[in-house]
Design a protein around this ligand. Structure first.
Ligand SMILES: *Cc1c(COP(=O)(O)O)cnc(C)c1O
Length: 332
């Protein structure tokens, strides 16, 4: 199978930048959902915790349990508690969840500041705190989420102001100290003033943000290599792959490599991709393999996912999270 390399130095360079932005490594919450954006939950949680990051964000309890001993605090974005640990906190995405969730687990209340996705609405804040106080729920944080911080628009400032307003209101409704957090990577870069920065894509060095908003040079952490399966010489007129979409114009050498669409290679790149190491892709991408001109034993498919996502007209997140979890990940 193909192989994924995780560049520890680049990851730490990115964490250095983020530490400067938050002014305090304790304020970083590394987002590890979905196998750490395809990088490997195991590897990235280990590296982040060795760096000194104390907080993590995951999708569900299954992910949280795998890293429970590595972080002081783990935020679970969307799950109901069944095996809660003391360092877990569960995001409340809807007002109805406040009546259902156990009063024994830590919770973070999400308030919608304009994204229109998850969280209680601004008008439900008073009602939410009536329930929280009456049920004596273990609320530890109030959060929101930016929907447009990566592009140059006023939405960022509007949401930031709205969240500041929410902080003031909440401080009058709840007696214990809370942590407040709204920023993702782009929000952290544009202006951080909270207790926690939930940073994913910038830490992985794959942030795609308007240049004028980000003067920092985040370094890509993940690179991918494919290994040769077979090689052959073909003549003018010979075809390669399903559908005979490539017909050779000359005598040439073609090799087949162990990276296909089931591994996360976009099939739409068939006949339209050049490996980072220079080999031209020929024919259709198959499920478990693809063919390139030449006979190198190992080829570099990419070392900056943004070049692939740009070509596929999608975002780096989608390419990264689609990488088959069976591909071996190794720190270099
Ligand atoms: C995924 C996610 C993040 C991280 O976003 P990035 O753009 O990768 O930094 C932060 N907060 C929430 C709620 C998320 O779902």
């Amino acid at each position: 199978m193909a192989k994924i390399y995780i560049d520890k130095n680049n990851f730490y360079t990115n964490l250095d930048i983020i530490t400067k932005l938050t002014n305090d490594v304790n304020k970083i919450a590394i987002v590890l959902k979905d196998n750490a954006y395809g990088h490997s939950l195991d590897i990235i949680s280990e590296l982040a915790s060795s760096y000194g990051v104390m907080n993590a964000v995951v999708r569900d309890e299954f992910e949280a349990l795998q890293i429970k001993d590595k972080f002081k605090s783990i935020i679970i974005l969307n799950d109901f508690p069944s095996k809660a640990e003391n360092n877990f906190s569960y995001v409340v995405n809807d007002i109805s969840m406040l009546s259902k969730i156990s009063d024994k687990v830590n919770i973070e209340l999400k308030v919608d500041t304009g994204m229109g996705r998850n969280g209680i609405s601004f008008n439900q804040i008073i009602e939410a705190f009536e329930i929280i106080n009456a049920r004596e729920l273990k609320l530890i944080g109030v959060m929101s989420h930016y929907f447009n911080a990566d592009v140059d628009s006023k939405d960022f400032d509007i949401q930031k102001k709205q969240f500041d307003k929410i902080k003031k209101i909440v401080k009058n409704l709840y007696s214990s100290k809370l942590r407040f957090h709204i920023a993702n990577s782009a929000g952290t870069i544009r202006g951080f003033s909270d207790d926690l920065a939930r940073v994913g894509i910038a830490a992985y060095g794959a942030i795609e943000i308007a240049k004028n908003l980000c003067p920092y040079d985040f370094k890509p952490v993940l690179s991918l290599e494919a290994n040769i399966i077979s090689t052959r010489t073909i003549d003018k007129g010979d075809i390669v792959g399903y559908g005979a979409s490539f017909k050779s114009k000359e005598h040439c050498v073609v090799s087949n490599y162990d990276f296909g669409y089931a591994d996360g290679f976009r099939r739409s790149l068939s006949n339209d991709f050049t490996a980072k190491s220079g080999e031209k892709l020929v024919g259709r991408i198959s499920m478990d393999n693809s063919s390139f001109l030449g006979k190198s034993k190992v080829i570099s498919i990419f070392d900056d996912v943004r070049e692939v996502s740009g070509k596929c007209e999608t975002i780096s997140y989608e390419i990264l999270t689609a990488l088959n979890c069976k591909i071996k990940r190794e720190v270099k």
